[in-house]
Design a protein around this ligand. Structure first.
Ligand SMILES: [Zn+2]
Length: 364
């Protein structure tokens, strides 16, 4: 079950220019936190930490403390922090003629995220994530066209589980190109040992497994236009917490291999309605050895949601569904130890934290 391996260290020197920083810097018109970091050989994360900044907004005349002896000659070590540390809500950015790029300040492994492009040429830009090259990612560094949305253009990104090196993004238009990077924090969850009975884990050896994997890989490879226009919503009307969190490393059998949990488990009684998290088209509705009664919805823009282990299904492949529509009922079919819904939200085939999508049109 473990497909994921730790991403090869991908050293990025672009943002780590050599000049030793002065002790402080006074903000001038046109400066961004990103540009100040770049010209002083440091990172947005470091400036934020040193100056205890709550957002990326800078004021002209504001004095920023710089890391005094930072030579910037070595890439920052992978950052790790407890899961309870605050996630900075603000964004950082980069720009090139006719395109301004906004990106999250920092990410956790398994986050879905959004690059936001604005400006006259934003609609013509192409985006890639070159840090995906050499990682265990489906279709790494795919060339992506931004999606137009209310005055800006968006590109969804993904941080695979196991990744701790920065996400590098590259935006190009005409002959111009700009790169930026976003630090990635770990999840620091202890390994959970499920010790499932052999009768359950035998499903991993089921001969129908190959067909199951082929079906979901085909779903991950779809690239259709975005169809949703409202925020994502929960898949259960009233969730009673989670029994296994997203990204949880775990073993199925004592001494067995560690696999990341690609979804979030919501315990609920058998028969509880399972609801579509957003508008889309059902592309899989069927029974499989591991996922049990499975529904997969293609929302477009490379985003699919997946609903595992249902006791019965009420939709068919090819059917269009709307947010909140009943897809089936909670059950414990497939590789499952009790009634629950396992929900996944994938971006171009890679699992992202469903919580990052809930009540939002796009993840931050
Ligand atoms: Zn699960």
């Amino acid at each position: 079950m473990t497909r994921r391996v730790f991403g090869r260290a991908f050293l990025v020197s672009l943002l780590l220019l050599g000049a030793a920083g002065a002790a402080s810097y006074t903000v001038k018109a046109g400066d961004t936190l990103y540009s100040v970091a770049r010209t002083n050989g440091t990172t947005v994360a470091e400036l934020t930490r040193l100056n205890r900044l709550g957002s990326t907004a800078l004021e002209v005349g504001q004095v920023l403390t710089l890391p005094g002896t930072s030579s910037g000659s070595a890439p920052a070590a992978p950052v790790s922090a407890p899961a309870t540390s605050p996630i900075l809500p603000a964004t950082t950015g980069a720009s090139l003629p006719g395109v301004a790029v906004r990106a999250p300040f920092s990410l956790r492994m398994g986050d879905g995220f959004t690059l936001r492009l604005s400006g006259m040429r934003a609609g013509q830009a192409s985006v890639r994530f070159p840090s995906e090259v050499g990682e265990d990612v489906r279709r790494p560094a795919e060339v992506l066209k931004p999606i137009g949305a209310a005055g800006e253009f968006l590109v969804p990104g993904r941080v695979v589980l196991g990744k701790t090196t920065p996400v590098v993004y590259e935006v190009s238009v005409g002959g111009d190109l700009v790169r930026g990077q976003i630090p990635v924090l770990g999840l620091d969850q202890p390994i959970q040992h499920l010790n499932l009975p052999v009768s359950v884990t035998n499903k991993l050896q089921d001969p129908a497994r190959a067909a199951e994997e082929a079906a979901v890989e085909k779903a991950y490879a779809r690239r259709t236009p975005q169809v949703w226009s409202r925020p994502f919503a929960p898949a259960l009307a009233s969730a009673r917490g989670t029994s296994s969190g997203f990204g949880q490393p775990r073993t199925y059998l004592a001494g067995g291999p560690v696999a990341y949990h690609y979804g979030t488990d919501y315990p609920a009684p058998t028969g509880t309605p399972v609801l579509a998290v957003n508008d889309g088209t059902v592309i899989i509705a069927g029974k499989y050895p591991v996922r049990g009664n499975l529904v997969v919805i293609d929302h477009g823009a490379g985003v699919v949601s997946m609903y595992f282990h249902q006791s019965r299904l009420l939709v068919k492949a090819g059917q269009k569904v709307v947010r909140g529509q009943k897809l089936g009922e909670v059950g414990t079919t497939g590789l499952s130890a009790g009634p629950h819904l396992h929900l996944e939200v994938r971006v171009r085939g890679e699992a992202t934290n469903p919580a990052g999508w809930m009540n939002r049109l796009w993840p931050r």
